[in-house]
Write a protein that binds this ligand. Structure first.
Ligand code: HEM
Length: 271
């Protein structure tokens, strides 16, 4: 399987042009293989939430908490769904033509790209000014939580910390998707200069052939990575034991019991 596609400059030198589209099928295969592996593993795995007796005790002690705990503000939910619509439009407009469904995709693609870019800019400002910015990032400080979550996964009791607002897996996923999105958005904005848009006269000479090649390869690699990442995200959102989180992305809240079952109230203080 080839990973990259090469072409020749007018001077006969080899240069990169695109990624090989075999990678799209590899990403789809990897996404589906991951679902099957994870679903099989979940049949054996111990559940990691707090046990019922302990949650009963906590619930009795924490009647000061509201029955519904706010998890996502309206602005955060709107961002999520606008971004999801843009992301699906981008994936389908990019990859359907490659899979053989021909239509004039470029203008729909860059328009969805601008919606994604605007929603990300909004999200960065919103998260920095109004949200708990650090609650989503992952680092060495999370090793004790990782250890105790692994113990719970193996069905053992562990006194170590439970997750704050976002479980470890979600924070790792956020980091990978941030990196892929930054690459796809930056390269995509440059690529807009090469196609016809109402904003400026197209200029294929902005970069050298070699730099355009690298830009297209970066865009393609981040794009196929997003195929696998989006498949994994939708899969987790649809798993029955995660419905309480998915529902909160629609309604904005979780119940007091779900909050106490899955979180450490000292690490995600509900206000
Ligand atoms: C989920 C995100 C995205 C995916 C999966 C994706 C995927 C792709 C793919 C596979 C191509 C074909 C590249 C090639 O021929 O080598 C492409 C082209 C293009 N993308 Fe994206 N893209 C995404 C986001 C964006 C964004 C955010 C923008 C702009 C802001 C953008 C602008 C463009 C443009 C202008 C082209 C056409 C380039 C040309 O035909 O010369 N894309 N995209």
């Amino acid at each position: 399987m080839d990973i990259l596609t090469w072409g020749r400059t007018p001077w006969g030198e080899w240069m990169l042009t695109h990624i090989s589209w075999d990678l799209l099928w590899a990403a789809l295969f990897a996404g589906v293989a991951f679902l099957v592996a994870h679903a099989s593993y979940m049949l054996l795995s111990a559940h990691r939430k707090r046990d019922a007796a302990e949650t009963d005790r906590l619930e009795a002690a924490r009647t000061d908490l509201p029955v519904r705990i706010a998890r996502h503000s309206l602005a955060a939910r709107l961002f999520h769904w606008v971004m999801a619509a843009a992301m699906f439009t981008l994936l389908f407009t990019a990859f359907l033509p490659i899979a053989g469904v021909k239509f004039p995709w470029v203008q729909w693609h860059w328009m969805a790209g601008l919606v994604l870019t605007a929603s990300i800019v909004f999200h960065i400002i919103h998260a920095t000014v109004w949200m708990d910015f650090w609650s989503i990032w992952i680092g060495p400080k999370d090793i004790p939580e990782l250890k105790s979550e692994l113990m719970r996964e193996l069905g053992r009791e562990a006194d170590g910390p439970k997750p704050g607002k976002y479980p470890l897996g979600n924070r790792l996923y956020h980091l990978v998707i941030v990196l892929s999105a930054l690459v796809v958005v930056t390269s995509g904005l440059f690529m807009m200069v090469r196609v016809r848009t109402p904003f400026f006269t197209r200029n294929p000479y902005l970069l050298t052939d070699a730099k355009w090649g690298l830009t297209y390869v970066a865009h393609g690699l981040a794009g196929v990575a997003l195929v696998g990442l989006v498949i994994a995200h939708v899969y987790f959102a649809m798993r029955p034991e995660k419905w309480w989180i998915t529902k909160s992305m629609i309604l904005g809240w979780i119940t007091r019991r779900q909050y106490l079952e899955h979180h450490d109230p000292t690490r995600w203080v509900s206000r």
